[in-house]
Write a protein that binds this ligand. Structure first.
Ligand SMILES: [Zn+2]
Length: 275
């Protein structure tokens, strides 16, 4: 049988080959930071917020285990948005420090880079990892399909409500990074979850490479310790908690050597000629 082979391998010097010293400084040398904004997203709701290029933002498990579903757009152009499946191929199925969230075509550039992950879950004996890119957000359509119920607080709906004031719609909401969510695949390839391992104070921190609009849903299924669908489905309201967001301006000296990434410079026009 053939051996597995990692396929998305870059040549040295590519944007996948990141300056670890720079991002380690940004994540660890916190003394010169200035707080820009801090707020709490209540349980079973969503919020959207801008982050300027060169700033950091943190998702905080303020009261204990809780899953959050994150979307990211270019603040100036919402057609450029986070591409979860390509990010999964370029990095891994569960993100951690030094991994980046890449944008969709025709842009394909890092939008944010993870600078701190207090969970450091690694891979467990079932092959599961934390901060999931295997799955996507819960939505009311799949909820109706599986449970036969109308439910308006799914992550998809929380994200739709969160971005409505930004003049974005349901069609702008896209596949998410499931923050603080542990997932994997069973031996026969089925998607599974485990309860969130986050404890009060755990953080996942990002550095904004470009101006971005972020939106996050605080999942109505809480820490995922109660089955959501199927015969054992239960009420998760007792395991729902809020999530915090913090935006920080790092010490400008830490940004030495950093420049915002440009969109892809591919100009091939897919082999088509104009005219
Ligand atoms: Zn959800």
């Amino acid at each position: 049988m053939a051996q597995p082979r990692v396929i998305y391998e870059a040549k040295p010097g590519s944007p996948l080959d990141i300056d670890r010293a720079l991002y380690t400084r940004l994540g660890q040398e916190t003394g010169g930071r200035r707080l820009v904004d801090r707020f709490v997203i209540p349980m079973r709701s969503g919020a959207a917020w801008p982050v300027r290029a060169g700033q950091l933002f943190r998702i905080v498990a303020v009261e204990g285990p809780q899953v959050g579903d994150l979307n990211v757009w270019n603040l100036a152009n919402p057609r450029e948005r986070f591409w979860a499946s390509r990010t999964r191929q370029l990095h891994r199925a569960h993100l951690t420090t030094f991994d980046r969230l890449w944008s969709c075509l025709p842009y394909l550039r890092p939008m944010v880079t993870i600078t701190a992950d207090s969970i450091q879950y690694g891979r467990d004996q079932d092959g599961a990892g934390c901060h999931d890119l295997l799955g996507t957000r819960c939505d009311p359509y799949v909820h109706k399909l599986l449970n036969g119920e109308e439910f308006d607080r799914c992550c998809h709906s929380n994200l739709v409500r969160a971005v409505a004031p930004c003049h974005l719609t349901e069609l702008d909401v896209h596949d998410v990074l499931n923050v603080f969510q542990v997932t994997g695949l069973t031996a026969d390839g089925r998607y599974f979850v485990k309860p969130s391992p986050a404890r009060a104070g755990d953080v996942l921190e990002f550095f904004a490479e470009i101006d971005v609009l972020c939106a996050m849903s605080v999942c109505p299924h809480g820490d995922l310790s109660v089955p959501v669908w199927g015969p054992a489905a239960g009420d998760a309201s007792a395991v729902c908690r809020p999530l915090g967001v913090e935006i920080w301006q790092p010490d400008p000296a830490l940004l030495a050597g950093w420049t915002p990434p440009a969109p892809s410079d591919y100009r091939g026009q897919h082999g088509m000629r104009a005219g």
